[in-house]
Design a protein around this ligand. Sequence first.
Ligand code: C2E
Ligand code: CA
Ligand code: CA
Ligand code: CA
Length: 274
Amino acid sequence: AKSEGRNLYRFFEPKMDAMVQTRRALEVDLETALPRQEFDLDFQPIMNIASGEITGAEALMRWHSPVRGTVAPDQFIPVAEDIGLIVPLGEWALRKACAAAAGWPPGLRIAVNVSAVQLRSDGFARSVISALAFSGVPAGQLELEITETVLMDESKAVLKALRQLRDLGIRIALDDFGTGYSSLGYLRRFPVDKIKIDRSFIRDIGNRDTAAIVRTIIGLGTELGIVVTAEGVETELQLDMLRDNGCTEAQGYLIGVPSKAADIQRLLKSRAPR
Ligand code: C2E
Ligand code: CA
Ligand code: CA
Ligand code: CA
């Protein structure tokens, strides 16, 4: 059977080989990227729609590879998850994000994306608590953005970690809301503080049916007493529609692009609530 398998593999060999090698090369580069300090965080502002004030920012990871150039997180996060790098990398991001937020005006929130693999890992809650303690950022100012993939794993460990963090006052946001299989089911089973309407809905908000869905999500958030943030807001028209329908917050290129820590700090100091 062994030799048969080998023959089958041989049949696909040239193409497979190329794919395996490309992937392996990416893994090798990624593994050395953290000690070589090739990662960085950008920060994208989040605005309260009614007041126009900036209420915080989301940390977005960047990989500046000397050989590959800047690699988008969608390209390397899944690989980092597969090779287990996401745990130290995610921890690095948390610390870095909290350190940046420590220099912001008080009350502003820092949002950090957390992958399912990271949340499931041993000691995750502890690492969050330590990042907060080290930076001096209050728990109430930290928001963890999770996707449905996190909630699909209904293990006791994940539930326990989420509860523990929430009990400390850390907020949980459900990212990419509406794109998964059972967003509503998760909303019922897991207490969250915020939902982020996925960018794809905002992009198509001019479509009648999509607009109806967006209004419904906003209404849902209002009924549940949680914050609703619209992602990917690029035009005044989109923002007007969201405002008219009572959406709490907006994030997107119209409000501000992801920017370096120093630039976001300046923006936050000039546009934060007083
Ligand atoms: P996300 O959490 O949904 O982040 C929003 C993405 O939309 C970001 O892409 C952001 O740059 C982009 N974006 C923001 N405003 C607009 C807009 O107006 N128009 C358009 N077209 N795009 C906009 P980015 O930075 O490439 O990140 C992609 C994804 O990678 C994120 O999606 C998130 O899932 C993941 N990611 C980023 N940083 C981290 C991290 O530190 N940890 C983990 N686990 N995942 C991360
Ligand atoms: Ca996010
Ligand atoms: Ca999102
Ligand atoms: Ca996303």
